[in-house]
Each structure stands twice: as C-alpha cells, then as structure tokens.
Design a protein around this ligand. Structure first.
Ligand SMILES: Cc1ncc(COP(=O)(O)O)c(C=O)c1O
Length: 350
C-alpha cells in the first residue's frame, strides 16, 4: 500500500514550461508577466534589505497589510497577503473544501484551481467557455442551481482567454447562492480596472484574489493577496503560516506600494496604445483575434505549433491556448516598443 494519499498519488504536477526562459535572451511573451523590470524604488529597497544584516532574521512585515488594504481600498482587516496568489488559491481550498465536495471550475482557465481542488479530493465540475470565448453565464448559473456547489471560481478577466465577467452577474450569484463560496480571481485587475471588491463588506462567501506578479512586475518575488470579509481573514490566518511570504517579497511589495504610479502608467500604455496597435496590425492581416481585457490576446493560427516555433526562432516566446482556445496562440502584450518587435516577427510568419 502506498504511504501517500491515493488521490494525490494519482495526480500529476503542474509543470508550466518555465525552465531556461529568463536566460534565453528571448522576449518573454508567454506568461503574461510585465515585460519591463520594476522601477529602482523596488530594486534599491531590495538591495538595501540584503545589506541590512537581517537575512538571518525571520520576517517582520510592518504595515504591509495596511499598505495593500489602502491600495485596494478595502476596510481594515479585509486583506491577507500570501506567497503569490497561488497560495491564496491553496489556502482557500483548504479552508472551504471537504473531500468529495463539488467545486465548479471553468475551462480553459488558470491551472492552479484544478490542482488545488484535486489536492482537497474535491469533485470537480468543469464547464467550458463558449466557442466564441464568452463566459457561459446561463450554464454557470444552472450548475450553481442544480448541484450542491461548495466552491465556484470566476477568473475576471480569464487566463488564457481574457474574457471579462459582468460584475452585476458576480454580485447576483454571490447573493443568490450564500452556501457556495466564490473565488473571484482578479490577477489582471490593473489592466481591466473592474473589481468585485465591494462585495466583501457584506458577503462572507466571497474572496477576491490579486497579485504583484503581473502589472507590478514582481513575479519573481511571489507576493499575492486576497480581499475578504474580516471573518474570512481571521480563519485564513490559521491556515497560512506566519512566515509564508519571504522578506524580500514583502520588502519589494512595500517599496512598490510607496509609489504605485508606475503600475498604472504601464497598464495604460499596454491597454490603450500597444494592444490596440497589435490588434489593428493583426486585423489588417486578416487574422482572427480575441482581444479580451487583460495584458494578452489570442490570435488564430491554422498551425499553432509552427507559429510558436517561428516566433521562437525569432526570439519571441508565446503560449498555445487550450481546449476551446487550442487553435489560438496567446501573446502577452508589453509596451509599444515590445509590440513593434512582435509585429516585425509576426510579419515573417503570418
Ligand atoms: C488568473 C491567474 N491567477 C493567478 C495567477 C498566479 O499568480 P501568482 O504569481 O500571484 O501566484 C496567474 C498567473 O498566471 C493567473 O493567470
């Protein structure tokens, strides 16, 4: 008999194609990260911490929670920082889901939800995005009504499709199904600028997830956070360890929040200049595009592996969509200069 829990024994690890990327010299348009480094306010704070004779000491987070709460404009006690939003997903599943509970997920979406639900031995109910990549509103609502769903996930906007979800719909579901816990993942909030954070004051059955990995350009530091009712935060503090976020992550996030104007400048250039430029170019070439509402888009390819290969040979990494998006290639959009390089390379493979 295996020493390990059978349901974990049967799982596969989530292994995104990470290795070798950052040293490849390629333009990294494959993980929806920021394409530029964070400003010196962050790197200076990190190097001064490294030289402050505190690496041997356990973390002291100071007012990080308060800084995040102010940035997210939520009442005191409504915020918990985590080791990437991946950890927020994990601790929410651990808190809410019992073995055999029904978990409602959409597909294709961010893989860690399925992984974390499987770890809790959940019964996963998967519904597909529509063929036009729109959110399957009626199907989602029908599943909530028909099955005893313990936890449902809404990624707004979704990865990899970029699909936005109507805020009024989210509010209606959270109100109508008080026995279902809703995770609203807003990893791309800074690009989309729509949030369900106002729900947390009144509803105990919802958490909003955000991250420093995307628009804040701090993916390597692994800091995310969740917003929720203070009673939810109190429970989650028992699940997250006291030192789960390392001190460099905390220092980087604090430095970023001292002046987060670089984040909105970046998001503004990506969403209002660079992305429209890339969309206009692709449309001029007759390529089908699904623009979505985040810092990436999907373009149709009759042969995705060969499009990806051709871009790689020209020094650009991108990802292929999955499931209903498998005939699409997902390209992260950076600033205008990055899109110019991208267009130059696409010119040779479209
Ligand atoms: C929708 C979504 N949620 C969460 C994450 C993970 O973010 P983090 O780096 O904070 O763990 C990602 C990363 O790609 C994502 O796309």
């Amino acid at each position: 008999m295996s020493m390990f829990k059978p349901h974990i024994n049967q799982m596969s690890p989530y292994t995104p194609p990470l290795e070798g990327r950052s040293q490849s010299g390629c333009l990294l348009l494959d993980f929806n990260e920021s394409v530029v480094s964070p400003p010196s306010q962050v790197s200076d704070a990190l190097s001064s911490f490294i030289h402050s004779n505190r690496l041997q000491v356990y973390p002291e987070y100071g007012n990080l929670t308060e800084l995040i709460g102010n940035y997210a404009q939520v009442p005191p006690g409504s915020c918990l920082f985590t080791n990437g939003s991946d950890q927020a997903i994990d601790i929410l599943m651990r808190l809410v889901v019992n073995p055999g509970d029904n978990v409602l997920l959409l597909s294709p979406s961010f893989a860690m939800f399925e992984q974390a639900a499987q770890l809790e031995a959940a019964q996963i109910h998967e519904i597909s995005y529509n063929p036009d990549f729109s959110f399957p509103y009626a199907e989602f609502e029908k599943n909530l009504g028909a099955t005893n769903i313990r936890l449902a996930v809404i990624v707004n906007p979704n990865n990899p499709t970029g699909t936005p979800v109507d805020s009024d719909f989210i509010q209606a579901m959270v109100s109508r199904f008080p026995d279902t816990f809703f995770i609203v993942d807003e990893a791309y909030y800074e690009f989309h600028r729509e949030t369900s954070s106002s729900l947390i004051a009144e509803h105990r059955n919802v958490a909003v997830l955000r991250t420093f990995s995307k628009a804040f350009a701090l993916a390597a530091l692994r800091v995310g956070y969740l917003l929720g009712h203070s009673s939810l935060i109190t429970e989650l503090e028992k699940v997250r360890g006291p030192y789960d976020v390392n001190m460099l992550g905390a220092v980087g996030a604090m430095a970023a929040l001292k002046d987060p104007s670089y984040v909105s400048r970046y998001a503004d250039e990506v969403m209002n200049q660079a992305k429209p430029m890339l969309i206009a170019y692709l449309q001029s070439k007759g390529v089908d595009v699904y623009a979505g509402r985040a810092n990436f888009l999907l373009l149709h390819s009759s042969d995705p592996p060969s499009t990806m290969d051709s871009l790689r040979q020209q020094g650009i990494l991108v990802r292929r969509g999955r499931k209903v998006a498998s005939s699409m290639v997902r390209i992260t959009v950076g600033p205008v200069s990055c899109v110019e390089k991208c267009i130059e390379a696409l010119e040779k493979c479209l």
